[in-house]
Design a protein around this ligand. Structure first.
Ligand code: PGA
Length: 248
């Protein structure tokens, strides 16, 4: 099986019914039959709109989070089953903004990945070090610790996840990891996955952090970079389409 790259947009808390309509119209009209898999991860209230506008197209839609619980007294949370009702294919889990702003721990992220997998939703598991951690030489230890929790909770089912390496210092800052820096970490993650799953070579390990139309091709050409998780640049249809065109 030849692995397809994945280009996934992470809209974060951006959008409106009108703005999404314009953006999705343009994205849907753009790539024809893309070589890569394409997805947009939208704010939960817009999943119905994404489902309506993207059904039957080459573009999948996803959520930006999922609850670690099935149902019950969890005010504000959205379960994997609810996402499934809206045809969701992917759910980002453990984004650094959620780890930082909502105190999400490695174990919680692993539990969220498990809930998604159980419902047939592909978790996009984000890992990444802060600048202080990189400067202290802890990059490898940090990303391996974050991924280890997901492996421990899911065993060989990690063969069905997507991993997103997102160095925190590169997110929304315009500072991108060099292709060499990213490749090095991706190779470490691949090696770690290969201990847990005999499908490690097929697991998409995507890069995120200021990926844009200008730097995508070089990043996506690295042997262990299997796509991108795109924040800011996914809000511009021309930029997002250029990144899709750069994917292998
Ligand atoms: P960015 O965000 O592309 O705006 O840096 C990526 C992400 O946070 O997923």
């Amino acid at each position: 099986m030849v692995k397809k790259q994945l280009i996934a947009g992470n809209w974060k808390m951006n959008g409106s019914l009108a703005a999404n309509q314009a953006l999705l119209d343009a994205v849907r009209a753009g790539p024809g039959s893309p070589r890569c898999a394409v997805a947009v991860c939208v704010p939960a209230p817009y999943l119905a709109q994404a489902s309506e506008m993207l059904s039957g197209s080459a573009i999948s839609w996803g959520a930006q989070d999922v609850s670690a619980h099935d149902a019950g007294a969890y005010t504000g949370e959205v379960s994997a089953a609810m996402l499934k009702d809206f045809g969701v294919r992917y759910a980002i889990v453990g984004h650094s903004e959620r780890r930082r702003d909502h105190g999400e721990t490695d174990d919680l992220v692993a539990a969220k990945a498990k809930c998604a997998l159980e419902l047939g939703i592909t978790p996009i598991v984000c890992v990444g070090e802060t600048l202080a951690e990189r400067d202290a030489g802890q990059t490898q230890a940090v990303v391996m610790r974050q991924l280890a929790a997901v492996i421990a909770a899911n065993g060989p089912r990690v063969g069905d996840i997507v991993v997103a390496y997102e160095p925190v210092w590169a997110i929304g800052t315009g500072k991108t990891a060099t292709p060499g820096q990213a490749q090095q970490v991706h190779a470490v993650l691949r090696a770690q996955l290969s201990v847990a799953s005999d499908r490690a070579a097929q697991i998409a390990i995507v890069y995120g952090g200021s990926m844009n139309a200008g730097n995508a091709a070089e990043l996506l050409a690295q042997p262990d970079i299997d796509g991108g998780l795109i924040g800011g640049a996914s809000l511009s249809a021309p930029d997002f389409l250029k990144i899709i065109a750069a994917a292998l």
